[in-house]
Design a binder for this molecule. Structure first.
Ligand code: ACM
Ligand code: ZN
Length: 522
């Protein structure tokens, strides 16, 4: 009798506990199959049959030193309605591993009970978080989020994977720049090349030269309206901090000696003539460039770059160097004197003098110089990095002379170009390492960049429609080993990403020129 009562009580307690336990941890119906359409394609992926499910809560734990990444993942989970609870049964763990891989590689193991993401460095954890985010968004089923069982190892092919955002021809708000940083991180790109100064607008506040933004940030459009804006130092710090948390490097570009009419409009003494000019209000290449014979120009640029370096911790600073017509220098007595004094045979060598002087200054401050491939002309000092845009030739010449190079040719990487010239398949066919290089030369190619020049990109919607979906193709080109590239499977995976891009509020464009439908009536 006693025993029966006891066992009855025992049983009901067990039943109650089971009921309680099942209320606490309901088992939602898993998706019929795992969706593994990751972009870029990971290096090694072994999938299993089970799922780790996240509702209503998971326990997220991370090693010391990974709290930024842990917090970002927690915020993302919260956005999906998933809570983090320290007594939740299922665990997501972010930890340092020690397998001597490079800083951006990572391992990910997902079982029905646990998720373990390991890397040597926070960079790798950030890249692994992007994989988790993609898997979550891809594997939403009946309102619940799942992670498919798998084992994954991933490592980038190139260490420089960038997007140039031209915020000078048209200005994009801090929130838009942050959205792009999120999207770069989500597709495992690692560099925002931030184009901040132009003929048509100077967009970065410099305390010592307030007219750069006071005058140089505004242009009078052809219809008489005023267009302009700029980033305050607080804005820039906010963007850089946001990017740094996501392990995205921000490289500022301060154009010299050309593409600087806005600066000359603010401070006319910087030009050869000293004449007053206005901030440019049309597109093209302009003859107003910094005077190379005037020492106060170098003082100005060094003071500007000093403030730029205070804001940007990036190892590299981009100084432009492209499209600098030499007509002003040819007719300027100061520039001609500089050439004579330094034994420079022409204005091309004067440009080389200009770049070398800026490089010496940057290197004295512990930074490296990046410039467009024109910086090769007239000779380039050791240590400068060439961004090859007029085809691949500049990059090839650079590595043959022992310079590092980044490939960004107009043939594949210019996302301002129309789709009939550069569609998704064309971007996907991009090979940043040309044939015929030695292994040493090939190793000097750091990676690639895509460009978004904004002359004809007046707003965020147009920006999105130019960058997406082409950016996904570039992301795979720069991350995934070329032996694993396959356009058909990429294109299938791409289809799964449109809802994901919707999640980020991206107004993506077409993959290629849409077929026209013509109905011919007899
Ligand atoms: C460039 O497109 N002018 C670098
Ligand atoms: Zn001059």
């Amino acid at each position: 009798m006693r025993n029966m009562i006891w066992s009855g009580r025992f049983l009901s307690t067990v039943v109650l506990l089971l009921v309680f336990w099942s209320c606490e941890e309901p088992s939602p119906v898993p998706p019929p199959q795992a969706k593994l359409e990751l972009i870029p394609q990971p290096t090694q992926l072994e999938s299993g049959a089970g799922f780790f499910f996240l509702a209503p809560a998971v326990f997220l734990t991370y090693s010391d030193g990974l709290s930024t990444q842990g917090q970002l993942l927690q915020n993302f989970l919260q956005e999906l309605g998933i809570q983090q609870k320290s007594n939740a049964k299922r665990v997501i763990e972010l930890a340092y591993g020690f397998d001597k891989q490079d800083a951006e590689s990572y391992h990910l193991k997902i079982t029905p009970d646990s998720v373990r993401l390991t890397a040597n460095a926070a960079q790798g954890i950030s890249r692994g978080i992007a994989t988790l985010q993609q898997l979550l968004l891809l594997n939403k089923y009946q309102g619940n989020y799942f992670l498919p069982q798998l084992k994954l190892f991933d490592r980038p092919r190139f260490r420089h994977r960038g997007l140039l955002l031209d915020c000078a021809r048209h200005f994009f708000e801090v929130e838009v720049v942050k959205k792009y940083i999120d999207l770069l991180a989500f597709y495992k790109m690692n560099t925002l090349h931030w184009h901040l100064t132009e003929d048509q607008g100077w967009r970065i506040a410099i305390d010592r030269y307030p007219e750069l933004t006071g005058v140089g940030a505004y242009r009078t459009e052809l219809n008489g309206s005023s267009y302009g804006d700029f980033y305050s130092k607080a804005d820039i710090r906010e963007v850089v901090a946001y990017a740094t948390e996501r392990n995205i490097k921000v490289i500022p570009e301060i154009e010299l000696p050309g593409h600087c009419q806005a600066a000359i409009a603010a401070y006319p003494h910087l030009s050869c003539t000293g004449d007053t000019v206005s901030v440019a209000n049309d597109w093209g290449v302009f003859k107003e460039i910094y005077c190379a014979g005037n020492d106060s120009v170098f003082t100005f640029l060094e003071e500007v770059l000093t403030e730029v370096m205070e804001l940007f911790p990036s190892q590299q600073i981009h100084i432009g160097g492209d499209e600098a017509p030499k007509v002003r220098w040819q007719h300027c007595s100061k520039c001609q004197r500089r050439m004579a004094e330094n034994g420079l045979k022409d204005e091309v060598e004067l440009q080389s003098y200009f770049i070398r002087r800026m490089q010496t200054f940057l290197e004295a401050n512990g930074r490296e110089l990046i410039g467009w491939d024109e910086i090769l002309e007239g000779g380039l000092a050791e240590g400068a990095i060439v961004l090859s845009w007029r085809g691949m030739e500049g990059g090839i010449e650079a590595v043959k002379h022992g310079h590092q190079a980044i490939m960004s040719p107009t043939s594949h990487a210019y996302f301002d170009y129309a789709l009939d010239v550069i569609d998704v398949e064309k971007v996907y066919s991009f090979e940043p390492v040309p044939k015929g290089l030695t292994a040493k030369e090939a190793s000097l190619i750091l990676g690639g960049e895509c460009n978004l020049w904004s002359e004809r990109v007046p707003d965020e919607n147009t920006l999105d429609s130019k960058v997406f979906p082409r950016l996904l193709a570039m992301a795979e080109v720069l991350w995934t080993d070329s032996s694993q590239k396959d356009f058909l499977t990429f294109n299938q995976r791409l289809q799964a990403h449109y809802p994901v891009l919707d999640f980020y509020g991206v107004n993506y464009g077409e993959e290629s020129v849409p077929m026209s439908h013509e109905i011919i009536l007899e």
